[in-house]
Design a protein. Structure first.
Length: 282
């Protein structure tokens, strides 16, 4: 009985002492799951979820929702017109993943105030130079598309912190991306990279890099000099047989994944000794 009562008594004591005074419930934006529902509260609606619905065009009534910050159209069917988008001045997040897009709609590139953009699961083959218009973007998800090259204009997204390009057809990255000085995470899994993109060398804030399942043959010395790198994923890069000779630069590294890499036993032992505080997975 004491074991049951003690936690309850302790919780009441903490509550009485004010230990939970600063805990606030997470903010829940006013959300609608249909246009009819959104129309009833159009002046206050902040989040509209139309995922999976059939829409020939984005309804012009969206322009009458001055607080709309998050528009979720993931998996929407038949969507061809995005004409109303530039009128959504409060929009912060736009999810048009898995909507059958073969190109980035021109209207999307006009959203200079947008923060998060989800374009994954489409069949996009190229990004237009106008992508540079997304000047406030901090998160860009282009996973699972058909991109073989990236335009140099992508480097003008100066606020970008997280770039996802998993499962595309990339063989390299443009050198201009070295200008993305605020980039912290870059995911490049399942592409066709034969070498670690040189542009990453100039990105001092990089914390998380995933190069899983690429035909990489070596890990460059400069990669150990990234001062904030915490996680490096090389899982499935089967041609990699060793790490750089000097690993002392990885002062912040926490996780190194070398699963499915053909690292011989003696090299594994050297890596473990050089990185005693790092979780290394073979």
């Amino acid at each position: 009985m004491k074991r049951i009562c003690f936690p309850m008594t302790l919780a009441l004591m903490l509550l009485a002492s004010g230990c939970f005074d600063n805990r606030k419930a997470p903010y829940r934006p006013l959300t609608a799951h249909s246009m009819a529902e959104a129309a009833e509260k159009k002046t206050e609606i902040e989040r509209l979820v139309l995922a999976g619905q059939t829409l020939a065009a984005l309804p012009p009534e969206l322009a009458e929702m001055p607080k709309l910050a998050f528009l979720d159209l993931r998996g929407a069917k038949g969507l061809k017109s995005f004409a109303v988008l530039p009128e959504l001045r409060a929009l912060q997040r736009l999810d048009i993943a898995a909507t059958g897009l073969e190109a980035v709609p021109a209207e999307v590139c006009k959203l200079s105030w947008l923060k998060h953009l989800y374009l994954s699961g489409n069949t996009i083959t190229a990004l237009p130079p106008e992508i540079a218009g997304l000047s406030s973007l901090t998160y860009l998800n282009l996973d699972n598309n058909k991109l073989a090259v990236l335009p140099p204009e992508l480097a003008r997204l100066n606020e970008l912190r997280w770039l996802r390009l998993n499962n595309n057809l990339l063989e390299s990255l443009p050198g201009e991306l070295s200008a993305l000085s605020n980039l912290q995470r870059v995911y490049l899994r399942q592409n066709k990279l034969t070498s670690v993109p040189e542009c990453l060398k100039a990105l001092p804030l990089l914390e998380d890099v995933s190069l899983r399942d690429n035909p990489l043959s070596e890990v460059p010395e400069w990669l150990t000099a990234l001062p904030k790198l915490r996680q490096l994923d090389l899982d499935g890069c089967e041609k990699i047989t060793k790490m750089p000779a000097d690993l002392s630069g990885w002062q912040k590294l926490q996780v190194l994944s070398l699963v499915r890499c053909k690292i011989p036993p003696e090299e594994r032992e050297r890596i473990r000794k050089a990185l005693p505080k790092v979780h290394v997975a073979f």
